[in-house]
Design a protein. Structure first.
Length: 202
C-alpha cells in the first residue's frame, strides 16, 4: 500500500503526546474490508484518514515510531504488512501494538450536526487548519466547522478522505450572553480627531 507522508504528519498534529491513556499516544491503523483508516486523537480532537488501500493489520503505531517513519519516508512510500502484526517501510519494521480500546472513528463521528454554535480552543482549530494544508489544501481553502452545540462537532478539511471531530469547551462566558463592546473601542474619538474638529470650528 502507498502511504502519504503528509497524512502521517497531519495525524501526528492531533495525536496524544504523553497522555496517561496510553492508547492515545500514536496512530491507530484500523483495517477493514477493502481499505484501512488511520485515526489519531488526544481525546479532545480527532482526525481520521482513509488511506486508500488495505494494510490487513490493526494496531497502534507509537508516536515515536510514527515520527521515525516520517523521517524515513519520501513523500510517498510503500508500506506492507509483516509478521507479528507489524508493518515494513523500506528496511524498517514497526510494530503495531494491540490496544485495550481501539480508536474506532465510527463510534465517535456524529452522523448529523444540529448547527448550534459552540466554542473551541483555538489551538485545536489551528491544528485542523495545518492538517488541511498538509492534505493538499494550502492554497484552496481551509476547514469548515459543522457546529453541534455541546456535543462533538464535525470538521470538514476540504478532503474527501479525511474527517475531523472536535469537542467544544465551556467558555468563561455563557453562550446566550449579550455582548456590548467596551467604550474604549466605540466611544470617544481619538485626540487627533478632536483637534482636527477644533481647527475646523475655529
Amino acid at each position: 500500500m502507498q502511504l502519504n507522508r503528509d497524512a502521517i504528519k497531519a495525524l501526528l498534529l492531533v495525536a496524544g503526546k504523553s497522555d496517561i491513556r496510553d492508547y492515545l499516544n500514536g496512530i491507530y491503523f484500523d483495517s477493514r474490508q477493502g481499505d484501512t483508516v488511520a485515526v489519531a486523537t488526544d481525546g479532545s480532537h480527532l482526525l481520521a484518514i482513509k488511506l486508500g488501500g488495505q494494510l490487513a493489520v490493526n494496531g497502534l503505531l507509537r508516536r515515536a515510531d510514527a515520527e521515525l517513519l516520517v523521517k524515513a519516508m519520501d513523500r510517498y512510500a510503500s508500506v506492507a504488512p509483516a509478521a507479528d502484526n507489524s508493518i515494513t517501510c523500506g528496511k524498517l519494521t514497526f510494530a503495531l501494538e494491540p490496544v485495550e480500546r481501539p480508536l474506532d472513528c465510527r463510534r465517535v463521528v456524529p452522523a448529523n450536526c444540529n448547527g448550534m454554535v459552540a466554542q473551541f480552543k483555538p489551538e485545536y482549530i489551528a491544528n485542523f487548519g495545518k492538517a488541511s494544508a498538509l492534505l493538499g489544501n494550502k492554497y484552496r481553502g481551509g476547514i469548515h466547522v459543522h457546529h453541534n452545540g455541546v456535543s462533538a462537532s464535525v470538521i470538514d478539511l476540504n478532503c474527501e478522505d479525511a474527517i475531523g471531530v472536535l469537542m467544544p469547551y465551556r467558555s468563561h462566558l455563557d453562550a446566550d450572553d449579550a455582548h456590548t463592546s467596551p467604550e474604549w473601542v466605540t466611544g470617544s474619538p481619538s485626540l487627533s480627531v478632536v483637534r482636527e474638529e477644533e481647527k475646523l470650528a475655529a
